[in-house]
Design a protein around this ligand. Structure first.
Ligand SMILES: Cc1ncc(COP(=O)(O)O)c(C=O)c1O
Length: 343
């Protein structure tokens, strides 16, 4: 038996989710004819407190459409260290939107003061103008950390006063919601445009949603098509997402407790460098302090025992808990890691 902790994207639709997909009413989304997609778009817009929402094939494409909508080639975008759009989108941000990033902050994101200091003004003959600030909540490469909402409010207020657009990569906003108790609408409120993923903690097999003003979402439809993301009978995916909203969202706290359980085994081990305070949701990032052991070695040794993880750097490992791993699985994962890392 394997315990797959590589990502929360590895989940497979449950029988009930498959049934919902089978029964979905569908139509061609390019004619706005898919009732299930329309329903999902309305429900997500409502949850996020925005005028409109749009189905997107992936979170990466949603982020790329966001950049295309809110910047012009040559602009500067302020983002945090390790942001998904910088690290995990295959260079798309430079290729598609032609922007450059200014990277600031640390694992907790960045403060309003750091943001203000980093802004490059418009209208200067040499500076690339800062036209967008990108926030990722929860922050994947920081270990699933939650940005302090008061800081986010200050950053976005400052951005708005300087005519800088605001974008939230909320692939795992669901996790931030259950952990903070703030509503999705409260978490999304400071931002012009917000992405949430359906395929991570929610466990649906495809799709992300982009939400914002009706004007922005109308323009997003064109960019989605430009990037080849205009699909047809997507209601099958939307039905899975609607099912997930009802069944898989509020249980995310179990994933967080399971991550905590593994982290508490790891943190005291001498071969491990892990700050337990960063384990706030379903992701654990830790470094191996044993000089004779690489992340790839550990991944391989764990794989031989049926435990799958990802190496994210020469000494860095990522573990992600999700719907398809139980507390017993996570206890067992802790035992395997305890054994491999105790010498
Ligand atoms: C923070 C964040 N943003 C965006 C994405 C992209 O989503 P997708 O895999 O659907 O392209 C991911 C995927 O892991 C992510 O972690």
């Amino acid at each position: 038996m394997t315990i797959d902790l590589r990502s929360d994207t590895v989940t497979r639709p449950s029988p009930a989710m498959r049934q919902a997909m089978l029964e979905a009413e569908v139509g061609d989304i390019q004619y706005d004819d898919d009732p299930t997609v329309n329903l999902l778009q309305e429900r997500i817009a409502d949850l996020l407190g925005k005028e409109a929402a749009l189905w997107m094939p992936s979170g990466t494409q949603a982020n790329q459409v966001g950049l295309l909508l809110l910047t012009r080639p040559g602009d500067d975008v302020i983002a945090s260290q390790g942001a998904h759009s910088i690290f995990h989108e295959a260079g798309g941000s430079a290729k598609n939107a032609g922007i450059q990033f200014t990277i600031i902050g640390n694992r907790r994101g960045f403060s309003a003061a750091e943001f203000s200091e980093a802004i490059k003004p418009r209208g200067h003959q040499v500076y690339p103008p800062t036209t967008l600030v990108l926030v990722e909540n929860t922050h994947n490469r920081a270990g699933g950390t939650i940005w302090p909402q008061n800081e986010i409010i200050e950053i976005c207020k400052s951005a708005r006063s300087q005519n800088i657009s605001t974008y939230l990569d909320g692939a795992r906003l669901w996790n931030a919601q259950v952990e903070t108790g703030l509503s999705l609408a409260e978490l999304a409120d400071p931002f012009d445009l917000v992405m949430v993923a359906l395929t991570k903690g929610l466990g649906a097999p495809g799709g992300s949603m982009l939400a914002g003003s009706s004007d922005l979402i109308r323009d997003a439809v064109r960019f989605r098509r430009m990037l080849g993301g205009a699909m047809r009978q997507v209601g099958f995916f939307a039905a899975a997402a609607l099912h997930a909203l009802d069944h898989n969202w509020q249980r995310l706290k179990e994933d967080h407790a399971n991550a905590r359980l593994i982290a508490e085994v790891l943190a005291p081990l001498p071969a491990v460098d892990l700050d337990l305070s960063t384990v706030e949701t379903n992701i654990i990032y830790f470094d191996i302090s044993n000089p004779n052991l690489s992340a790839m070695d550990l991944v391989q040794q764990a794989r031989e025992k049926g435990l799958y993880m990802n190496a994210m750097g020469p000494k860095t490992i990522r573990i992600v808990t999700h719907l398809d791993v139980s507390t017993a699985d996570c206890k067992h994962a802790g035992e395997i890691l305890g054994e491999l890392l105790s010498h």
